[in-house]
Design a protein around this ligand. Structure first.
Ligand code: HEC
Length: 121
């Protein structure tokens, strides 16, 4: 095969790969199947999710040593870090929970929704 054709195929593959990654980030596939009727609040939804998946490391006693200095065990710290939180748990190359399985799509969706609703207590 002609080297130019091979290069073009490789380039096309690289481009589709990037597009899909981005699309996946912006539009989590299963969000449509999540229960959209639940009222999301910090106390009912967000705090329990943090407690279950994040506070082992991101708590007031241990964050400095094993949580990279980020506290996520109270309203203010979660709210102030919300964009980083969402970034860290989203996408194929999610970073958090560190060394753990990715959060369920509906849980990520709930955190997104909480942010969009101006983070109610
Ligand atoms: C096993 C410990 C551990 C768990 C569990 C964990 N983190 Fe982290 N987190 C870290 C460490 C360590 C860092 C410092 C950066 C690094 O090492 O990647 C960090 C950094 C962060 C940061 C700072 C920005 C960044 O991406 O570096 C955010 C935001 C964050 N974590 C959010 C979360 C959320 C949200 C969860 C739960 C879904 C979570 N983390 C669970 C250990 C943890």
């Amino acid at each position: 095969m002609n080297i130019k054709i091979i290069l073009m195929i490789l380039l096309a593959m690289a481009m589709t790969y990037c597009t899909f990654n981005k699309y996946d980030d912006l539009h989590p596939k299963q969000s449509i199947n999540c229960d959209t009727s639940i009222v999301i609040s910090y106390a009912k939804t967000i705090a329990p999710l943090m407690e279950k998946h994040c506070n082992n490391c991101h708590n007031v006693n241990d964050a400095a040593t094993i949580g990279g200095g980020t506290f996520l065990d109270n309203y203010d710290d979660v709210a102030n870090n919300i964009e980083d939180v969402l970034k860290s748990i989203s996408g194929k190359n999610y970073k958090m929970p560190k060394n753990g399985p990715k959060l369920d799509t509906c849980d990520i969706y709930a955190i997104q929704k909480w942010m969009n609703k101006k983070m109610p207590l």
